[in-house]
Design a protein around this ligand. Structure first.
Ligand SMILES: [Zn+2]
Length: 341
C-alpha cells in the first residue's frame, strides 16, 4: 500500500508542499468546505492542481479555516491548473475567497461558462470590486469535452515522476433526466490521477450517465479503473455511484464531501453508502451518517444541487463502522501522501 501518511498535521502539509519543485511525492487534500467540494493536489514535481472550491453553507464554514489548508504566503498561491467541474455553485462560488489574487495557470471547466453565475465568483474572475487591480491572472481557459462525440481522455497536468492527471469525462450529455441541474452534474469534469500503483478519482457531481460513459470507455481495460481512493460523486447522491461503477472502481477508501447541516439535501444516501461499504478496507471503528432512503432506486435523478433543491424528509441515521468511509462532515479534511510504489 503506497498511501504512506494519512492526515499530516496541517503545518507539516503546508511546509512540505511549499517545496518549489516538489519532493517526488504526491499530496492530496480533500478539504472540508461544508456542503460543497474542494480538492487540492500537489504533484511530485511541485505543480499544483485545484479541483473546485465552493460551498452552499458558507455561513457555517470558516473561510480562514479552509484557507489554512492551502500553502499560502502573502496571498500568493500559484495554481498551475484549476478545474471547475461544473457550474453548480457549491463547486465554484468560493474560488475568489480561496484564491484571492493568486495567479492561476490554465483553467479547465465543464459546461457553459456563462452558467458560472455566482456574483462573488464573477467579481473575482473579472477583477471587479475589491478584486480590482488584482484580477485573476490566468494563463488560458478551455471548456473540456471528453464525451461520446470526442471520447479521447485529455491530459490536464503532467505531475512528474510518472504522475498524470487526466480528464476521462467532461460535458457528457444527460439521458436519464431533463432537469437543468442533472444536465450540469452529468457534464462534470472527471479527473483521474495515475501515479505508479496509486490511482484516485475526483468526479465532481458526475451522474450515472457520466459513469456509464466512463465504463464504456474502459470496457476492455477495466483493471485501469481500479482505484486506491475515490471521492464519491455528488456528495453520495442516489443519482450517482451506480453498482457497476462501484464494482469496477472498488476503492478501499471512499471519501464523501458532505455536511450534517444540509438536511435539505439529504446527502449522502443510505443506498449509496451501503453499496460502497463491502468494497472498503477495515479501519478502526468510527461514526458515519446517512439519510435513510432504504429501497430507493439506483440512479434516482430527483436530487438537485441548487437553491431550489427539493426538501427531503428522510431520517438521518448515525452509525459506527469499521470500514474506510470518510465523511468530511464527521471526520473533517482528509489528506494523504502517495508515493506511487
Ligand atoms: Zn455538489
Amino acid at each position: 500500500m503506497a498511501i504512506t501518511e494519512i492526515n499530516l498535521p496541517n503545518d507539516e502539509f503546508v511546509r512540505r508542499t511549499r517545496v518549489k519543485d516538489g519532493d517526488g511525492k504526491l499530496y492530496l487534500k480533500c478539504i472540508n468546505i461544508g456542503q460543497g467540494d474542494c480538492t487540492f493536489i500537489v504533484c511530485p514535481n511541485g505543480k499544483r492542481m485545484m479541483i473546485d472550491g465552493g460551498s452552499t453553507e458558507w455561513g457555517d464554514t470558516d473561510i480562514d479555516k479552509v484557507r489554512a489548508n492551502l500553502p499560502y504566503k502573502d496571498d500568493e498561491l500559484p495554481i498551475d491548473v484549476l478545474v471547475m467541474t461544473h457550474p453548480c455553485r457549491d463547486h465554484y462560488n468560493k474560488l475568489g475567497d480561496l484564491l484571492g489574487k493568486s495567479s492561476v495557470g490554465m483553467v479547465y471547466y465543464g459546461y457553459d461558462l456563462g452558467q458560472y453565475k455566482a456574483f462573488a465568483f464573477r467579481s473575482w474572475a473579472n477583477g471587479w470590486g475589491r478584486y480590482k487591480g488584482k484580477a485573476w491572472d490566468y494563463g488560458g481557459m478551455e471548456e473540456l469535452f471528453v464525451n461520446k462525440d470526442k471520447p479521447a481522455a485529455r491530459l490536464l497536468l503532467d505531475g512528474g515522476g510518472g504522475c498524470k492527471l487526466t480528464a476521462i469525462a467532461a460535458n457528457v450529455k444527460a439521458t436519464r433526466s431533463n432537469t437543468d441541474s442533472y444536465a450540469k452534474n452529468t457534464a462534470s469534469v472527471v479527473v483521474l490521477c495515475n501515479f505508479g500503483t496509486d490511482r484516485f478519482l475526483i468526479p465532481g457531481d458526475a451522474t450515472c450517465d457520466t459513469e456509464a460513459f466512463i465504463l464504456a470507455q474502459y470496457k476492455d481495460k477495466l483493471d485501469q479503473l481500479k482505484l486506491k481512493i475515490l471521492r464519491v460523486a455528488h456528495h453520495g447522491s442516489a443519482s450517482s455511484s451506480m453498482s457497476a461503477f462501484v464494482n469496477a472502481t472498488a476503492p478501499p477508501l471512499a471519501i464523501i464531501s458532505c455536511s450534517k447541516k444540509s438536511k435539505g439535501h439529504g446527502l449522502p444516501r443510505r443506498t449509496v453508502v451501503k453499496r460502497f461499504l463491502p468494497k472498503l478496507q477495515d479501519v478502526a471503528s468510527h461514526d458515519i451518517g446517512y439519510f435513510d432512503d432504504e429501497g430507493g432506486n439506483e440512479c434516482a435523478t430527483l436530487i438537485e444541487d441548487e437553491a431550489g433543491l427539493p426538501e427531503t424528509n428522510l431520517p438521518f441515521v448515525k452509525v459506527s463502522t469499521e470500514k474506510d468511509l470518510w465523511e468530511t462532515s464527521f471526520q473533517g479534511t482528509y489528506s494523504t501522501v502517495l508515493t506511487g510504489k
